[in-house]
Structures are given as C-alpha cells and as structure tokens.
Design a protein around this ligand. Structure first.
Ligand code: IVH
Length: 682
C-alpha cells in the first residue's frame, strides 16, 4: 500500500470506527459484531504502525494509547463553570420560582406562571467536565476546578468510548460549529461499579467507596492507560460556548447535542406547570434507585435560555436553574458487632450488625464491610459510630467510622482463625485478600452450595432453612444427593408433612429435565455462570466431552480465557468432585446438549425476520436485541424495504417511524413482539 492509499484507507477506517462506536456505546444499537469492530481497529492500527506520520490525535486508536502525563496543566474556562442553588422540598421549589419570577420583565412575570416551560434532568453524581471542539474535533477536555480554571485531562478523556472524538458522528447530523464547548458529567454506572469493585477485591486491591470516587479516581489518573480500563461514561447537558446560530431552549440544546453524537441521558422531562415539576421531583425520590447511575437529585431548568440568562447569576449560581436534592442515602449508627459469614466458595466475609437505622425509607440493621483489608484500611472498630450508605439497589455498606465520636472502648476487628461453621482452621493464602474455610465437609458451605444448586435448577422448596435441615440430618452430603432423597426420610424433618414432601420430591424429579447448561451452571464452579456454561456446552456438548477437555482447548473457546479454563480443570480434578460427577451420571439428569445440527422444532421462531427498534422499551435495547437474535431474528439500525417489523417503544424516534409509515412496514409493541415469537412457535 502506498502512502496515499494508506491515508485514504485510514480516513475511511476512522470514520467507520467512530460511526460504529457511537452506535454501540451511545445508541446501544450496534450494526456489526464486536469481532468485526475489532477488525476495523486492528487494520487501522496496522496502517498507523506502517505510516506513523498518518496518526492523528483524534484517531480512535489514540483512545488507549495515552502515555503517563507529568501532572495536569491548567486550563482557563471560556466562561465560568457555575454551580447551582439547592432546594429540598416542594415549598422551596415554589419559593425559588417566586424569587426569580419577580426579576423577570413585567409582562413576562405576569405570564410566567402560565407560559414558562421547565426541563427536569437527573443531577448526575459524577465529575464535571468541559469539552472543547474545534471544527468538530475534540481538542481539549478539562475538569471543573474552581469554576474559572480546571485541569487539562484531554488524554484521559480520549479513552472514554462514549466521548465523540469527532462530531457530528453521523453524516446527516447538524452542521459543525467552528467552535463548540460543552459541559457534561463523567460517571460509572451502578452495575459497572459493582463489577469493578468485585474485580479489585478479587485482585487483592482496595475497592472504591462509591461510584463517584471510582469515577474521580479513574479520570484523574496520571496514566491514561489505567483510565482506559475503567468503565467510565459521559453524559453532556449544556453548551458553554458555541459559534453560529444560538440555541433557544434547553430542550433544543439536548436534542442538538444528541444529534451531534453526544451521549445525553434519556431521563429528561419537560413540564408546563411548576406543580407538575414538584410532583415529578417527589415521585423521583422513590424511584431514584431505578436509575442506572447515581443521581443525588434533579436539576430544574427554565427551558427558555434567553429568559433563564436574563435572570443573571448570584454568588456563582445562575438563578434560572436550581438543584432539587434527594435526601441523603446515608446515616450514622452504632456498629454493635461483626458477624463472620461463609460463602458458597468458602470465603469468609465480615458483616456489620448495626443498631437499626432508617436510610431513605428502609430500616437497615445489617451492612457489608466488604473484606478484612477494607476494615483494616478504614480502621473500623466494634462499638464505633459508623457511616452507613445505600447506593442504587446495592446492599448497604459501612463506608467508615466517625473517629471523633470514639469513646475508647471500641474493639479492633480481628479476622477469624477458625471457620465460624465447622471450626476448622482458616486459610489466608499469601497475596490474597480473602480468608477461606477449606474444609470440604464444612456444613455451612454445603448449605450454601445446596441452595445455589436448587435455585439454578429451579427446584422450589429448598430455601436456606430446608437446606440446613437436610445437611444437619446428614441426608445430603453434596447437592446431587438430592436425587436420592426418600419420602420417609423427609417426613422425619420438622415441618414436613405428606404434601410438602411430595411437592419437594416432585420438584426434584422435574429438575432432571433441565438442560445440560443449567446443570453445569448449578455446580458452582468458580467463574462458570449461565453465560460461560452456555459457551462451554456449545463447544463441549456433553459432560464426557467436557471432563476430558484440556485446559488449552477450553481456553481457546471464544469468550473464555485461561483463568476460567484452569478453574474448570481444577474443579474436575478434585476427587470429591469426581465423585459428584459419577453420581450425576447415575441420577438421570441431562448431561448433554441438544445437537446443534438438529435444533428443536421452531426453537428459532423469528428466523429470517429483520427488526428495527425505536423508542424506549421496558428493558435496555441491547437486551431486547439479544433476545430477538436468540429467537433467530436480526436487528438493524434503519427501516428499509427489507424490514419485517418496526418494534415501537415509548416516544418512538421520528425518522424510523415516518419511514415505516411510508413503506407500510408492520409495527409491533414490545408485548406483541413476544406474542409474535409464541405464535410462530405454536
Ligand atoms: S446544569 C449553570 N445539569 O451538578 C448550570 N448540572 O451544582 C449548570 N450536574 O457540579 C449545571 N447533572 O456539574 C446541570 N443535568 C445536570 C447536571 C448538573 C449534574 C452537576 C453540575 C454541578 C452540580 C450543580
């Protein structure tokens, strides 16, 4: 390839990669597979390696290349990055409104209560960033700093997959302004945060206290390669400065930013009455935990930007918007005791027993202490007054002690030397954070394993209590013993009468029909959940095939890696697990996957059909897409003559909807989509 050909191929690849990463990360609606995407990036990398002079700072390959910086240089913001006044109640919302409407010009004031529109957005609890675009290229990104001067974190921001390096992302987007500065928030989604912390704990590192700290710590890394590994997300919500025609309303601003290719949160509402605004704020207090990220409140904005700006700024806070703060999801209470609990894999974790305290409407009397390293690092002691937090739907956790409230009688928390259940010595492997009970016959672990097995195999009637009874009476020594249970023995257990015993035995019998993938997931092999089990059974369609597989063979399955492979090999190598495998063979369970070449009739009811999705669905769009694909269907990004159905959610997008109308494409709701699959099946 000569230089000229390389240049034009690289340009094409960059455009293609930017387009597809926007589809994937921002719209949640990819048009190509991950492997195809990686291919494009690999090809661009190769060209850039061959012709280093062709590398541009906004090339998508630069997202992960950041070299350690020396510290951050300072950046003066083009306009002050203001903060907001706060309100916490309906009354205060009205008081804010009364205050500001007095400042409106006379005629506007009299009209204010009737004509003002309001936009309400989540107050994202992350880090404020200011992003500069020069003729569509991302050239500079800064933290808020003191509102006048921030820090240059451009290299780190380039690593964010949702940050457009070049705008507009799509060809039919708005015209590029010569210069554009936008403001947004960088954060970590609650689910990503939980996974990030689990990974840090497993690697023996300190977990973050909350998503905000995790985002801040990740974004201000001097080494951008670390930032690149963190699941940071960007949402933008305002234009700080822009050349060209002015935007008139906040609604228009959000739509404009979205059209340019910026990620904008979907949870935005407009209202015509302040009463509706207040009502919405109150209902969102209850629903804050349904948001995918942490929001510490809502921001109420006067939609008309000229009106909003005419109100001016007082004490660094614009009058045209106000933050409605949610009540804190934290409280201070006394740590009464620490309980050591045992997990299915033998890990012993400390749990905090608290003096009961209400936090955002829920009485909390127990909370997570993460692990013993965290307890040690934060110096949490029994008897301390501690700060307890709730975030999203995550279990409450102790974030730290109130050291100033100590009385001197507080007791250090010492990791146990013996298992809380079987009293055998505990193991604390060198270099690991966890403390383990390694006794294979430990009853508490068995109880956990049994309830897990029953839950995965969908055996109703085996909760912790029954599992404990079965283990205590020696009826079950491993989960597969369930299949040898006799009715007479069950009737001996407290609370078991004829009907209950029959029901349980019926449920156990029915579980024999569960597919091989479930059986495999139910065994509780470390790292083998449903998704991994499905990959395994596709590659090794029987228990025999899997038992005799080599670590390299397992590791070479796409989606698996050497660590999972080694866990599987280790599990099958243990004599007690070999005994379980032998019992499984005799128990009449399904131990092979149906042949891929002869699928069950109509297992793919949507085969050959093409779908397009528009609007908000009850589940994330990629989940619905995945479901359609497992049913054999295909999802594409735009409506054409080849589209069989347009799936319509709430607030469907205009262009797809109109095109479907023009073409006469049938439209179905999410519910009808489900029926469609069933109809074809029956
Ligand atoms: S608008 C001039 N909208 O909350 C008005 N701010 O004190 C600028 N924040 O740190 C703020 N989500 O960065 C606005 N949807 C949102 C926001 C938001 C989070 C942050 C903001 C600032 C604080 C407000």
């Amino acid at each position: 390839m000569d230089r000229e050909a390389a240049q034009s191929r690289a340009d094409w690849l960059r455009e293609e990669i930017n387009f597809h990463s926007h589809r994937y990360f921002v719209l949640d609606s990819p048009l190509i597979s991950d492997a195809q995407f990686d291919h494009l990036v690999d090809e661009l990398h190769e060209i850039e390696q061959q012709f280093p002079e062709l590398v541009t700072p906004d090339s998508p390959t630069q997202r992960v290349q950041g070299q350690p910086a020396e510290g951050f240089s300072k950046v003066a913001h083009p306009a002050p990055i203001l903060s907001l006044d706060k309100v916490t109640s309906r009354e205060q919302i009205f008081a804010w409104h009364n205050r500001v409407s007095k400042l409106l010009p006379q005629e506007a004031e009299s009209l204010a209560s009737e004509t003002l529109d309001y936009v309400v957005e989540p107050k994202l609890d992350g880090l404020t960033v200011v992003l500069h675009y020069d003729r569509g290229r991302f050239v500079l990104g800064a933290t808020r700093g003191d509102g006048q001067v921030g820090e240059d974190i451009t290299t780190n921001l380039r690593t964010l997959a949702t940050l457009p390096l070049r705008i507009p992302v799509s060809n039919d987007g708005p015209e590029i302004p010569a210069s554009l500065v936008v403001r947004g928030e960088v954060l970590i989604l609650i689910d990503d945060f939980a996974a990030l912390n689990a990974g840090l704990i497993a690697a023996g590192e300190m977990p973050f206290a909350n998503p905000r700290n995790a985002a801040a710590g990740s974004l201000r890394q001097l080494d951008a390669r670390i930032t690149a590994q963190r699941p940071l997300r960007l949402f933008v919500y305002s234009v700080v400065e822009k050349t060209g025609p002015a935007l008139l309303t906040q609604c228009e601003t959000l739509a404009y930013l979205r059209d340019l290719g910026f990620p904008v949160t979907e949870e935005v509402r407009t209202f015509e009455s302040l009463d509706d605004v207040a009502h919405y704020c109150e209902t969102m207090v209850e629903q804050r935990n349904t948001l995918p990220y942490e929001a510490d409140g809502l921001v109420i904005k006067i939609d008309d930007l000229a009106t909003s700006e005419s109100l001016g700024v007082v004490g660094g806070r614009p009058r045209g918007a106000v933050a409605y703060k949610f009540p804190a999801q934290e409280a201070i209470t006394r740590l009464k005791a620490v309980e050591f609990t045992l997990g299915r894999t033998g890990v012993i974790t400390p749990a905090a027993i608290l003096e009961p305290v209400p936090i955002a409407g829920v009485i909390v009397s127990r909370a997570s202490l993460h692990n013993f390293d965290v307890v040690d690092e934060r110096d949490i002691r029994v008897g301390d007054r501690v700060i307890v937090k709730r975030a999203g739907d995550v279990i409450p956790y102790v974030s730290g002690p109130v050291v100033a409230a100590r009385e001197g009688s507080e007791q250090e928390i010492i990791p146990p030397t013996t298992c809380p259940s079987c009293k055998e010595p505990v193991s604390h492997p060198e270099g690991e954070v966890a403390y383990y009970c390694i006794n294979v016959a430990c009853p508490a672990q068995l109880v956990q394993k049994l309830t897990f097995f029953a839950a995965v195999m969908d055996i109703e009637g085996i909760g912790e209590r029954t599992a404990l009874q079965l283990v205590d009476q020696g009826l079950v020594k491993d989960p597969v013993d369930l299949y040898t249970l006799q009715k007479e023995a069950l009737l001996e257990l407290e609370g078991f009468a004829d009907k209950k015993a029959d029901n349980l035995l019926g449920a156990i019998e029915a579980s024999k029909a569960q597919p091989f993938t479930r059986v495999l997931a139910a065994l509780g092999i470390r790292g083998v959940g449903f998704a991994v089990a499905a990959l395994l059974t596709a590659a090794f369609p029987s228990l025999d095939a899997l038992c005799s597989a080599l670590a390299e063979e397992i590791a070479s399955v796409e989606g698996l890696g050497p660590i999972t492979a080694q866990n599987i090999i280790n599990w099958f190598a243990l004599p007690r697990n070999q005994a379980i495998v032998e019992k499984l063979r005799g128990a009449g369970l399904t131990l092979s996957a149906p042949e891929a070449s002869a699928p069950a009739p109509n297992s793919q009811p949507l085969a050959g059909m093409t779908f397009v999705i528009t609007g908000t669905l009850s589940r994330p769009r990629n989940e619905v897409q995945q479901w359609i694909e497992t049913q054999g269907g295909k999802v594409t990004g735009s409506v054409s003559a080849k589209t069989d159905y347009l799936v319509i959610g709430e607030e469907p997008g205009g262009s797809k909807f109109r095109r479907a109308q023009q073409l006469g494409t049938p439209m179905v709701s999410e519910e009808e989509l489900g029926h469609l699959a069933e109809e074809v099946t029956t």
